[in-house]
Design a protein around this ligand. Sequence first.
Ligand code: NAG
Length: 446
Amino acid sequence: MEILQLLIREVKNSDATLSIVPIVGMGGVGKTALAQWLYNDAKVNSCFEKKAWVCVSDVFDVLDITKTILQSIIRSSDDDKDLNKLQVKLMDNLAGKKFLVVLDDIWNEKYEKWTALLKPFEVGAKGSKIIITTRNRNVAFITRASPYHLRELSFDNCISLLAFHALGVTNFESHPAFEIIGKKIAKRCEGLPLAAKMFGGVLRTKSNLDEWEDTLNNKIWDLPTAKNNEVLPILKLSYVHLPSYLKRCFAYCAVFTKDYEIERDELVLLWIAEGFLDGQKANENILKLGWKHFDELVSRSFLQQSSIDATKFSMHDLLNDLAKSILGGTCFSSGGSQVASNEHDVSSLEKTRYASFIPSWFVTSKFLKTYQGMKALRSLILVHDGSSGGSFFISNKVLHDLLTNLKYLRVFSLCHCCIVEVPNCVGDLKHLRYLNFSYTDIKRLP
Ligand SMILES: *[C@@H]1O[C@H](CO)[C@@H](O)[C@H](O)[C@H]1NC(C)=O
C-alpha cells in the first residue's frame, strides 16, 4: 500500500522529475509478484501515460534494456545498434510524459552503467517512476533511493498460505490432525511465500500424517543451507516429489530464458517431439495427456500464469535455476549481443541435448559456432521476444552450416526471423518432429 500510494499520489511542484523505487528482498519473497501487482493495478494504470517492463536478470546491457523499453513504449521494432540514437528516440517519446518503468531482477552494481541507462529518463514529466527489484542491497545503494525491504511473511500468514496450497483452506481448523506437523513445516518455509506455495504443492497429494512426517524429515534439509542465489532446498524437495513423468517435462523448461512466457500448446508439442509423453501406455490422446501434465505443473506452482499476458505462463527465477541445475551440462543457452564463450571443450558440447539461443539483430556464424559442435543436440530454440516487436536476420548459408551439423534434432524453432525460404537441409533432419517457422517471411514450402 505504501508503494501504491507513492505511485498514485498527486505530484507536487517540488518533486523531482524521476524517482527510483527499489524493492529489495531475498529470492522467493515475492518482489516480482509485488511489482507485477503494482504494474497491473488499475489506479496505477490511469496515472501513467507510458509503461514498460523489463526483465533484466544477470546481464545488465544498457543497449538491450534501452531497446526493450523503447519497443514497449512505441510498440514497434527498432533494430538500431547505436545506443545514442536509441536514447534520442526514447527521449523523443518520453518528453513531457509521465511514465512507469519496471526493471525486474537487477544485479548490476556498476554506477556508470546505471547512470548511462538513466540518461534519457530525465525528460519525462514530474512524478515518473522507475521500480527496480533486486536481491542485492548494493544495487539499491547505487540508485541513491531509499529501498523498500520486502520482508518475509509472518508465521501466521505462512501457515495460511501453506494450508491453502496443501488443503485448499486457509487454516488447519478443519484438519486438526495436521496442525502440529503443518506448523513445523510452515517454520521450514522461513517466511518465503514461494517456499510455502511449493511445499503446499508437495503436500496436496499426500493425505496421511506419515507422508507429511516424511516430507518434513527429508534429508534434503541437512544439505548445506542455500546462500543468496542458490537453489532453495524446498525447491529441490518439491522436485524430488514430482512423479517421474513430470520430472523431465519440468526440467526441459530450463531451455527457456527466465522471462520467457510459455504457451501451453507450444510446450506440450515440444514434450511430444522430445518423446517425453507416452500416450500409448496411458491409452490416451497424447495431446490431452500433455495438457494434463501441464496443468499438474501449474497446480504444483512449478509454472504460474503470467500476470502480463494471462494466456501464457512463466516460471519463477529460482525454479528456472533449479531446472538448469537438474539438466546441468545437457542444457545450454546463450545469446544477445554476446558470443558464446568457447571454453566448452568438445566432449561437453557433445553432451548438450537442449539448447536455446537468443538472437540479436544479425546472427552470424560466429554466434552459432558453439552450437555447431553439439552433435547430439535434440532441441534448438531460437527465442526472440516477438511481443515487443522486432525480428532478426540469419543467412541461408549460416543456417545451412548449422543444421547439417545437427543430425539428431527433434525440435527446431526459428520464429520472428526474416528468412524468406526454408533451407533445403531441413529435409535431411530425419528425426525432426517439431518445426516452428512462425512469424518468418517464408512465402512457400518446398
Ligand atoms: C511457434 O512459436 C511461436 C512463437 O514462439 C508460438 O507463439 C507458437 O505457439 C508456436 N507454435 C506451436 C505450434 O508451437
